[in-house]
Ligand binder design. Structure first.
Ligand code: ZN
Length: 272
């Protein structure tokens, strides 16, 4: 503001100017803080993600009991693809295929290239659609940040450096480090916010799972180790995403699919 302009302002005008600045500066700062997500170091191409993910998905479909129910798979696919459409770094090459594993254990996992598996037990444990969307949004985060092939790339580098590590490819894809988990949480929360779901739902559901179902979630928290202060990290991220909205928490579709899953014949006994 030039001196000339300042001199011409009345006292009332000055107050108004100060008020405008007080409002405008935080809005400007807010707009600058757009969160960006970057996939880590990777030796693979996104096309290879799809290829490797597809091979592993085919193996998993043979090894694990699958719930081939068109209504349930259709619902999960519709929900999953809606969430993926809000994901950062979503590439056209990703397949976004969804499968339901027929077990009461609570788990979900993602393979490179967009193959997402959700256990039957996870659908039953979710109290509303936002919680289920939270799990799928977290898995979507693993896909778009290319965590599977990122970890495989790091392993390859370690091997090249003569450090012997006895992990198979499958276990690299499925077992995530805590740092990777924190990033999947961040992306998952971002997706929930932009898809209109309560962005607190993901971290809250993970906490409920850990407290309420310690036995059914052993595999889940082995595949997705708690990065620590999950809720606090998400609470700090949410104000950066934008102003609060009227969130979706539940839908009639979720409630009817959950009832349907509960009414289906019991899953085959677990093969441990
Ligand atoms: Zn995870």
């Amino acid at each position: 503001m030039s001196n000339y302009f300042a001199k011409r302002l009345t006292r009332r005008g000055k107050l108004l100017w100060v008020s405008i600045c007080l409002v405008a500066i935080p809005i400007a700062a807010f707009a600058i803080q757009e969160i960006s997500f970057k996939p880590g170091f990777n030796l693979y191409t996104p096309q290879q993600d799809v290829q490797l993910g597809g091979q592993n998905a085919a193996q998993i479909e043979k090894q694990m009991p699958m719930l081939h129910d068109a209504a349930v798979e259709g619902y999960i696919t519709k929900l999953g693809r809606k969430l993926a459409s809000y994901a950062p770094d979503n590439l056209p090459v990703y397949v976004w295929q969804y499968h339901v594993v027929n077990t009461n254990d609570i788990n979900a996992f993602a393979l490179p290239g967009g193959y997402i598996f959700v256990n039957r037990g996870t659908i039953v444990a979710a109290q509303d659609e936002a919680q289920l969307a939270g799990v799928i949004a977290h898995e979507t985060g693993h896909v778009v940040m290319r965590h599977g092939t990122h970890q495989a790339s790091e392993m390859a580098m370690a091997r090249a450096a003569q450090i012997g590590l006895g992990f198979g490819v499958n276990s690299i894809f499925l077992h995530n480090s805590r740092g990777i988990e924190a990033q999947a949480d961040e992306v998952g929360t971002y997706i929930l916010y932009h898809a209109g779901y309560d962005p607190h739902a993901m971290a809250q559901f993970f906490q409920i799972l850990q407290q309420k179902y310690p036995q059914q979630t052993i595999q889940f928290f082995s595949d997705h180790p708690n990065p620590g202060n999950r809720i606090k990290a998400v609470d700090q991220e949410i104000p950066l995403l934008g102003p609060p909205r009227k969130w979706i928490t539940d839908t009639p579709e979720f409630e009817s699919i959950k009832k349907r899953v509960e009414s289906l014949p019991a899953p085959p006994p677990a093969r441990h």
